[in-house]
Design a protein around this ligand. Structure first.
Ligand code: PLP
Length: 360
């Protein structure tokens, strides 16, 4: 028998969420963002399932290599561009698009000899101040790009928003105005919107959408649930009870004996812990579903196990199913208890878990 801790990936939910992007922003091209192993869901698995995407966005060459090796022939965009000149040669060979966000990459691009002109996405820093050229440099950079035979003339202009997960946010308005002022006179395709902007800022949709989180069925807007946007969770993290005991008031549970029963308590041990990607710092009271009913996690998770309070479930027994997040328990809520964001929980699921696909 294998360890019961497992991740279920619901491919029908993934496709449903992809269609939701098209419903919310009809007629736009879609770059499905699949960096970080498709937010923990499995890079090739997700790309195969979303093969009608106009492009895939990845963070590095290794991820692009994996997609090409899996037979994916859609456009693939290196979102942080090349990290070295050698990577440009490899991007040329693998037929990848590259984001150019810094002078150093522009120099590299001008100095290498490529077999054909690369597709370039020119990134403008409209205020997030992470990647991108300063607005007043854009027209010069644009001209330089036009004169290099290494660069395809159909360049896409892009920017990234810092605060789109809040509605009616002033900084979003300013970034959109900046981008429009800088790019107005340039005849090129444009791309602004991540998931939060797709859902919250229709004026940001432009030519190319760049959804990540929403594809995986998680709400990109603060204080909203996935179902508010008709999104369906794709990943469920599940396991089983592997031990059940009745403890007396005052008895400790787990390492350090930090947590003690406030009264006589029935507890259950679940086979899942931080070694699987369940956050150790999720506080006591974090919900888990035992037999579909809410129970509270008590104490801190250990590497392979965590503990739930079964006081309200006298009938719970070894082998009963436990959901830690997913189809029936919002990852947004678990993230709140762990003082993090759903992105981090998704990306953190460990590869030692058994992955199974459903509804494929
Ligand atoms: C990760 C990323 C996205 C997707 O963001 P979500 O919030 O997951 O939708 C879009 N664009 C860029 C440049 C990114 O790095």
């Amino acid at each position: 028998m294998t360890r019961p801790a497992r991740v279920t990936i619901d491919l029908a939910a993934l496709q449903h969420n992809f269609s939701r992007v098209k419903e919310i922003a009809p007629g736009r091209k879609i770059m499905a963002v699949v960096k970080a192993d498709a937010y923990g869901h499995g890079l090739a698995r997700v790309a195969r399932s979303l093969n009608s995407a106009d492009a895939f966005g990845v963070a590095c060459l290794e991820e692009a290599e994996e997609l090409r090796a899996a037979g994916i022939d859609n456009r693939i965009v290196l979102l942080e561009g090349p990290y070295s000149a050698e990577e440009l040669l490899r991007a040329d060979f693998l037929n990848l698009d590259v984001v150019i966000h810094h002078e150093s990459q522009l120099d590299m691009l001008e100095q290498v000899t490529l077999k054909k002109a690369l597709q370039v996405w020119l990134k403008v820093d409209t205020g997030m101040h992470r990647l991108g050229f300063e607005p007043d440099r854009i027209s010069k950079v644009w001209q330089r790009l036009q004169t290099s035979s290494n660069i395809d003339k159909d360049i896409v202009l892009m920017t990234h928003l810092a605060t789109a997960n809040e509605l009616q946010n002033d900084m979003v308005t300013r970034q959109l105005e900046n981008f429009s002022a800088i790019t107005k006179a340039i005849n090129a395709e444009k791309s602004i919107a991540n998931s939060a902007a797709i859902v919250g800022y229709p004026q940001s949709h432009a030519d190319w959408l760049r959804p990540g989180l929403m594809l995986y069925g998680v709400s990109p807007q603060l204080n909203c649930s996935a179902s508010d946007h008709d999104l369906k969770p794709v990943m469920s993290l599940r396991s089983e009870l592997i031990s059940v005991k009745a403890l007396k008031k005052g008895e400790p549970v787990g390492y350090g004996a930090d947590w003690r029963c406030p009264s006589d308590t029935r507890i259950g041990i679940v086979a899942a812990g931080y070694g699987d990607g369940f956050p150790r710092h999720a506080r006591s009271g974090t919900p888990a579903l035992v037999n579909g009913k809410r129970a509270s996690i008590i104490g801190k998770s250990s590497m392979d196990m965590l503990t739930v309070d079964l006081s309200a479930q006298a009938e719970a027994k070894v082998g009963d199913p436990v959901e830690l997040w997913g189809a029936n328990l919002a990852i947004e809520e678990v993230a709140m208890y762990a003082e993090t964001i759903p992105y981090e929980l998704l990306c953190g699921v460990h590869k030692r878990l058994t992955f199974e696909e459903i509804n494929g």
